[in-house]
Design a protein around this ligand. Sequence first.
Ligand code: PTJ
Length: 246
Amino acid sequence: MSDFAADPSHPRYQSLLLRHRLEQAEKDGLLAGSAMIAHGRGEAYDYLLGERTIPSAHKATVQALGTLKKAKRPVISLNGNAVALAGESLLMLAERLSCPVEINIFYRTPERMAALIGRLEAIKEEHQLEVQILGAEPNARIPGLKGPRANCTKEGIIDSDVIMVPLEDGDRCEALVAMGKTVIVIDLNPLSRSAKMGSITIVDELTRVVQNMLVDIENCVVDEAFSNDEVLADALQHIATKFTSR
Ligand code: PTJ
């Protein structure tokens, strides 16, 4: 981040910072070719949501945290965008939850896997974090998916009961749900297949979600009456209201 020059008082500072992280990650070989497109789509939805955590997203965040804390074998699945945008805070969260992270990417190449694992190991070292990083040596496959994106580990994704998947693709989300897992989705698009398939969907920007989780981690209670459909409907309602109000 050393060459990031924007002033924190700039009204678009946060957005510029995230773009910078992605530019840097692209240079470092962490990202998929379509990573910027995915980010741009996220930015568009974030703009419509007011670039802030709406109350229903916060409710889903607390529900997700409580569910992760209660889980027997929680795991956080990480892709290129997630590591680039929030690698540090995601590893800090994993340590607080005592759960492993697993690199599980859509566009899998040995070079990207090595770059992502290397980045996470460097963060671990810098912050002296105790987190298991899985994914380097896949020994299992997610049933129902074709190609290298199905590769995963038995001790991580396969044996998990609760899995958090930031910026997941719809197919894989569906496959994880079909395996009987509780799937926590983080996606700014409330209309995406992942958002609709997820057990708990947080319609919010990834870096804000992880920061909120780190703040709320000691005070999260699972709400037995939680409804994911209500969370999605509220996000859409929020966007619609933004169009009709000044
Ligand atoms: O690293 P890989 O190979 O696993 O590839 C990662 C990407 C993200 C490129 C891949 O999974 C992909 O193409 O994703 P999609 O299908 O474009 O979906 C990304 C979703 O994440 C979209 O619905 C975006 O709205 C949403 N999104 C993008 N940036 C953020 C986000 N949601 C939350 N926070 C963000 N920062």
